[in-house]
Design a protein. Structure first.
Length: 264
């Protein structure tokens, strides 16, 4: 396929993405790449530049087919090293995240139902990518309150809680009435009828009578993770962000972790 001379893909990559390579030093956050509305070629070009700069890469909202296309474009280049597709969270990562820091404590991410898991997994991965220890607690929605109550002891030691819920979005309100930690609500676009699209969950969380809840946009697991990072007040590690195939083992092709093999 030939590109038209005016096609932006024919221009220097800087015209497509002005990367914030200073974000880790300035904010303690890795720059995330929104993958849903970018082509595989655009994502591959950005990953090459991040790898050259020695930065970690986190690409959100990537389909399995687009991840395979990105891998093919990066094949035999240094940018292919450490490239991992996380099926459940629909994310691509590149490099080796920092080890969890004991001083940061643990962040717990909860999902109201199994259908909320992709958004919860995005939040959990984004936190791990910043050196935060995490736990994922699945299917503890308020339709079966006993399921959440059975997990309270597990939640008490967490520094911050992220609650992802669709339908009416009541989970963050219930949590904030039971435990003292900061609670971040993530409305999820799971539901039908008046709850379709996540707006009912968003409005319910914004209208919560439990004081002090933070609410992010619909399906914004990454944004919830960054809100948690700001609450924790810890900068990301400035250690070596690189990762080689030798360091992570003899993987062949695009690495797919266990969450691609099935599960809930």
């Amino acid at each position: 396929m030939n590109l038209h001379p005016s096609d932006p893909l024919d221009s220097p990559q800087e015209t497509l993405a002005r990367l914030d390579l200073d974000r880790r030093r300035r904010l303690g956050m890795v720059e995330a790449i929104w993958g849903e509305h970018k082509s595989a070629e655009q994502i591959a070009g950005i990953l090459r530049r991040l790898q050259t700069a020695g930065e970690l890469a986190l690409v959100t909202r990537v389909t399995a087919s687009k991840a395979t296309d990105v891998e093919a474009l990066l094949q035999a280049s240094a940018a292919a090293e450490g490239l991992v597709f996380h099926c459940t969270s629909r994310c691509l990562t590149q490099g080796q995240p920092p080890a969890p820091r004991a001083s940061a404590g643990t962040a717990v991410v909860l999902s109201g139902g199994t259908s909320d898991l992709p958004v919860a997994a995005e939040a959990e991965l984004a936190l791990r990518w910043h050196g935060i220890a995490t736990e994922l607690v699945i299917d503890v929605g308020v339709a079966g309150l006993h399921r959440l109550l059975a997990q309270l002891d597990r939640l008490r030691d967490a520094r911050v809680l992220i609650a992802c819920a669709g339908m009416e979005g009541a989970l963050p309100t219930v949590l904030a009435g039971l435990v003292p930690q900061p609670v971040i609500g993530v409305p999820v676009s799971v539901g039908y009828g008046v709850s379709a699209g996540g707006n009912a969950a968003l409005h319910g969380m914004l209208a919560s009578c439990a004081p002090g809840i933070t609410v992010v946009n619909i399906d914004n697991g990454y944004g919830a993770a960054m809100a948690a990072l700001r609450i924790l007040g810890l900068p990301v590690s400035h250690g070596d962000a690189g990762c080689t195939r030798a360091q992570i083992g003899e993987d062949k092709g695009l690495e797919r972790p266990a969450d691609c093999l099935g599960g809930l």
